[in-house]
Write a protein of this length. Sequence first.
Length: 289
Amino acid sequence: MSAVEGVPRPFLAIWGVCSFLKRPILWVHLFCPVAVTLFSTIISLVVLMLTALPGQSDMLKTAGWPAPLAWLSGFLLVIAEVMVVNLIIMLVLFGCVQSKISRHILEERGILMQIRSEYAQRHLGALKLPEPNCCRDLGHNILFLLIRIPLLIFTLPVNGIPILGQIAWCLLNGWLYAWELEAEFMVMSRELYSCGSQYRFVSDRCLSFFGFGTVAMLLEMIPVAGPWLFFASNACGAALLAESFFLETHRFDGEHWMPKASAPPAMVMAPVFAMGRLDDDHKLLACQI
């Protein structure tokens, strides 16, 4: 039985933090993102505090809000705006980092090996999975950027409502973030290349995408740690979410993955043994729940 089986999807984002911190080999991927986002966060925060905050708080006071609440809401809007700036930078420059981290976790848990074997059977021995390469990764990131940014900006005003506004904003945008994180897995495991086929996959599992994506975005809204630690840990969480989807057609008996009897015919083949680190994660989750 896989450790993620039956685990609430929002919890997988938290478990992703534990998975990332346990693996120092993944920390090296953060050096460039930390340096770049530290600079962008300082610059954008200073500029927006000096320019946007006074106007936003004055607008709320004009609308009848009490001065302290207007200032707090204006400040929360600034934090959300800084997050949007960092999001654009991270998606364009470092989207491939999340892909590498997710693939590392899936490889470690034996899932990628099983997917490769099934892909080779379906495609006459081809061992190279579809995705990723640098150009396709960049195109994938830009496509999601063009979809996500208008939605992020359109829903930005809800951040003016303290606490509830941030939760609502993450709820409205989180499902699309989760889709972006799982898009590569959908291509590799199900060969869902088109937006329409991926959308059907997402809509059939909307609660999973909303739950995981909301928590993942809330984590990334935390100043400083959000664009650094949680940007990377969400990639680990996305790999765990992918494992939960993999369990729809496969089962894990403690040593190897096997397709279920209900799996598509192309998936019914010899099992592939999982990596040793999987047992450690099973023990970790057992202690946590």
